[in-house]
Design a protein around this ligand. Structure first.
Ligand SMILES: *Cc1c(COP(=O)(O)O)cnc(C)c1O
Length: 223
């Protein structure tokens, strides 16, 4: 199938999930994850109407960022990253989805020239291979982030295990939304916590049913 045809299938599926959840049609933003795509395929994705793009590697992000300078794009950095690389990309992106340590937060504070919209990455499932804070660390972490005015904590990001069954997926996404609501209700400085970045090709319908406002989809566009 073409990228445009894949996009139509994805948006039809999204539409159904939003409807099932009683949610507004425009309440989810689709991030096209281009880590598997070359420049030409990425241009095709843009032509199909996807203007939010996500990359998880600094070098590949920069290559696309420069090649696509003439387009009106919103860039999301979605992968975990070493501290020393922050300065190479932080001022080129709009959203950072993988805030997983205090040291990384401090480096962003030091290097960012304007506030960056950040998602705290949460490891809800407890998988050791996954990055992110565990839910019970948050009471300690959140106050330490409050004075970092270059980080605007817009929400939580999570990744579910690839082999999780639907019930487990529902539980993980529901819990993430629950924690987000609790953080939002604290009304802290620079921490609106209105957004949820969750859902990938294999689980985005379930993520949307549980409140995702950004889904990160790669494979389903480029198969
Ligand atoms: C690759 C990646 C995605 C997209 O995954 P697909 O299964 O290809 O849709 C989403 N989020 C992150 C953090 C990724 O690294």
């Amino acid at each position: 199938m073409t990228i445009k045809e894949n996009k139509d299938v994805i948006f039809e599926e999204l539409h159904k999930s939003l409807e099932a959840a009683g949610r507004n049609e425009n309440s989810v933003t689709v991030i096209g994850v281009t880590k598997y795509a070359d420049i030409d395929a990425t241009k095709e994705l843009i032509e199909a109407g996807i203007f939010h793009l996500g990359e998880n590697r600094v070098d590949k992000f920069l290559a696309k960022y420069h090649a696509l300078q003439d387009k009106e794009l919103t860039w999301h950095f979605i992968g975990s990253v070493q501290r020393r690389k922050v300065k190479d990309f932080i001022n080129q992106i709009d959203y950072f989805h993988a805030l997983d340590s205090i040291n990384l937060a401090k480096e962003i504070q030091k290097r960012a020239e304007k506030p960056i919209k950040c998602f705290l990455q949460l490891n809800v499932s407890g998988e050791e291979s996954k990055h992110g804070f565990s839910p019970d660390e948050l009471d300690d972490i959140i106050p330490q982030l409050e004075d970092l005015d270059k980080l605007q904590l817009v929400g939580l990001m999570t990744m579910a295990p690839l082999d999780a069954n639907p019930e487990t997926l529902h539980n993980i996404f529901k819990e993430t939304n629950h924690i987000r609501q609790e953080l939002q209700s604290q009304n802290r400085k620079n921490m609106p916590f209105t957004e949820l970045s969750m859902g990938m090709s294999n689980d985005y319908p379930i993520a949307v049913q549980n409140g995702a406002t950004f889904v990160r989809i790669g494979t389903s566009f480029f198969k």
